[in-house]
Design a protein around this ligand. Structure first.
Ligand SMILES: Cc1cc2nc3c(=O)[nH]c(=O)nc-3n(C[C@H](O)[C@H](O)[C@H](O)COP(=O)(O)OP(=O)(O)OC[C@H]3O[C@@H](n4cnc5c(N)ncnc54)[C@H](O)[C@@H]3O)c2cc1C
Length: 565
């Protein structure tokens, strides 16, 4: 085959992803007088972070003065079922306040207390009211603010550019291959340092609260390049997603609804959380509430669409209208007035606690590759507390940007293996030129259904082993045979889906393999056939071995302050 033409673009720091973490990394890196590029596969400003509703955790003590950094630390560890890397948690809780003040300085407006301080609300499993918010559109406020702040920097922004592979030289980052989705051109970025800020992968599940593009490209790229990933089995199923109408299935009903006093009822009108977690009721951990709802459904007390009722009819309309504005609109579209009628809700795949393993400089195990936000693992352990992810994007976004800049200043740009680059572009081209094969949307349906049915909230050995076997087959037989029907390279959604699909498969396989390895229940990973001898106080690390096979091992949890039980 003839060599495929591509454009080479040099820079110092390349940020892959323009959500909360990517934008914050770009702002920080740009302070170092470097050439910083931020790319995103969708239009900048549209990242999934904009969908975050409930808020940002920070122990300001504005509403409950008793709150402090140590309590935030402890709540995060207990919430994470003791699997969190405690060094990373310390960084999160210590820096969350400075980073929210940065946001205010950039122009973000959070709701206020009567005294004019940032208001804070209750979220699940928190000792005090800690979650700062802008009504129920906190992520949107943050994204609008960050994209505006980026405009005031020298950061070069490339939207609708899809990164496909990290290219290494002698174990260090040397280039990133990409496709310009608007024109169909191939691009080779030649940075000295990279920040991965590619978000999560809820879309590997059929029912999810995540944006369309959250398919796990970052996990797939990091894995292929040889980086270590941690605790990929830890998927948070948010207890309250919409379960009707069909077009809205999976869409999030923010935890703020329960934070503001929402109660869960079964089809008999019973407030069933009383039975499962009487001390905390609806504000039990997300995994606990999700399992409680599913138990009600499995035992025949579910709502017509396989969920439960979430009611706020007892709360004054004025409060609902002020604090849950977008929820009113979201349900109005479904013909439900939440001020007077209950919402029908059921669990939805929501958050990846696992991801790219980072150190306290936000560097992955590949020199020069940093990472921040939902694509990383270790901060949230076995279960993320609501509100901690937005804080994570800002704290680790800034840290990764700063350290990537420092790395770029002190390291030369390694040479790049052009054969490897050509091989990647030829691989992408083949998806378009292949005469026979499998359509990416059919392949995607098969994968997301498999994950939803076999690697879900209640897990068991038989289902997980089946999923692993199927995923290995899909990887071997389907991925190399993906064929896009429309051959056009510009704005070709089928081609985009095809590029995403191999990362989805890789991500799904990491989730299933780790879930199979973890025999006990811990955090969001719940085995109905749990081995009582497996207490689960370890992290599962995954990497691509030298022979190309997936390698898994168990590591000790990094403990600095709170002893494991
Ligand atoms: C509905 C919903 C509500 C939520 N509410 C809250 C909340 O109230 N509080 C809270 O703390 N957390 C919340 N979360 C979680 C939180 O929103 C996310 O964890 C966080 O926003 C992730 O930010 P991020 O910057 O890591 O990734 P994202 O915002 O997902 O951004 C990822 C970026 O990477 C880009 N990208 C991905 N792959 C590629 C590629 N191959 N090439 C180029 N670009 C790529 C995308 O285009 C995007 O720009 C919520 C989650 C959901 C689903």
């Amino acid at each position: 085959m003839d060599e495929l033409p591509y454009k080479t673009i040099l820079c110092d720091v390349l940020i892959i992803g323009a959500g909360g973490a990517g934008c914050r990394a770009a702002i920080e890196a740009s302070k170092h007088n470097l050439d910083v590029i931020m790319i995103s596969k969708e239009l900048v400003g549209k990242a999934h972070t904009a969908m975050a509703e409930g808020g940002y955790n920070v122990s300001l003590g504005n509403v409950d003065p008793e709150d402090d950094v140590d309590t935030h630390f402890k709540d995060t560890i207990v919430g994470g079922n003791y699997l969190n890397n405690q060094e990373l948690v310390q960084i999160l809780v210590e820096n969350a306040s400075e980073r929210i003040f940065d946001l205010e300085e950039f122009g973000a407006v959070f709701d206020r207390t009567p005294e004019g301080k940032i208001a804070q609300r209750t979220f699940g499993k928190q000792s005090w009211r800690r979650t700062a918010y802008a009504s129920d559109r906190t992520g949107s406020e943050i994204m609008v603010t960050l994209t505006e702040a980026i405009r005031k920097t020298s950061v070069r922004v490339f939207d609708e550019v899809f990164a496909t592979r990290l290219v290494l030289n002698d174990g260090k980052i040397s280039a990133v291959t990409a496709v310009d989705l608007k024109y169909g051109d191939y691009i080779l970025f030649r940075p000295k340092a990279v920040v991965m800020a590619t978000g999560g992968a809820g879309r590997i599940y059929k029912v999810t609260s995540n944006a369309q593009l959250d398919v796990g490209d970052g996990y797939g790229m990091a894995y292929e390049a040889g980086a270590e990933l941690i605790d990929m089995e830890m998927i948070q199923f948010h207890p309250t997603g919409m379960c009707a109408p069909k077009s809205a299935v999976g869409r999030l009903v923010t935890e703020a609804v329960r934070g503001e006093g929402g109660i869960l009822l079964n089809n008999k009108g019973e407030r069933f959380m009383n039975k499962y977690y009487p001390a905390v009721m609806e504000l039990a951990g997300r995994d606990q509430v999700a399992r409680s709802i599913m138990t009600e459904v499995l035992e025949g007390r579910g709502s017509p669409n396989g969920g439960a009722y979430l009611s706020i009819a007892h709360i004054p309309h004025q409060i609902i209208e002020f604090r849950l504005e977008s929820m009113i609109e979201q349900f109005e579209d479904a013909g439900v007035d939440i001020r007077n009628e209950p919402m029908e809700v059921s669990p939805t795949a929501h958050h990846f606690m696992g991801g790219i393993k980072i150190d306290t400089n936000a560097q992955s195990t590949i020199p020069g590759v940093f990472a921040a936000g939902e694509c990383t693992g270790g901060v949230h352990g076995g279960n993320r507390l609501g509100g901690n992810a937005l804080a994570d994007t800002q704290v680790f976004g800034a840290l990764s940007g700063e350290n990537a800049a420092k790395y770029a200043k002190t390291n030369e740009r390694p040479g790049v293996n052009r054969d490897e680059v050509q091989k990647e572009f030829a691989h992408l081209e083949a998806m378009l030129t292949r005469k026979e094969g499998i359509s990416p949307s059919d392949a995607r349906d098969e994968l997301t259904t498999l994950m939803w049915e076999k690697v879900q909230i209640f897990r068991n050995e038989k289902d997980l082993a089946y999923a692993v076997k199927e995923l290995r087959r899909i990887e071997k037989e389907v991925v190399p045979n993906i064929k896009v029907d429309v051959k056009e390279k510009r704005f070709n959604p089928g081609w985009h889906q095809a590029m995403e699909f191999e990362h989805m498969v890789k991500t799904a396989r990491m989730v299933a393999e780790a879930a199979l390895m973890r025999k006990g229940s811990r955090g969001a990973h719940y085995r109905v056939d749990a081995d009582p001898n497996d207490k689960g106080y370890y992290n599962i690390i995954i990497r691509k071995g030298k022979d190309g096979e997936m390698e898994l091992r168990k590591d000790d949890v990094v403990v600095t302050k709170v002893e494991l039980p």
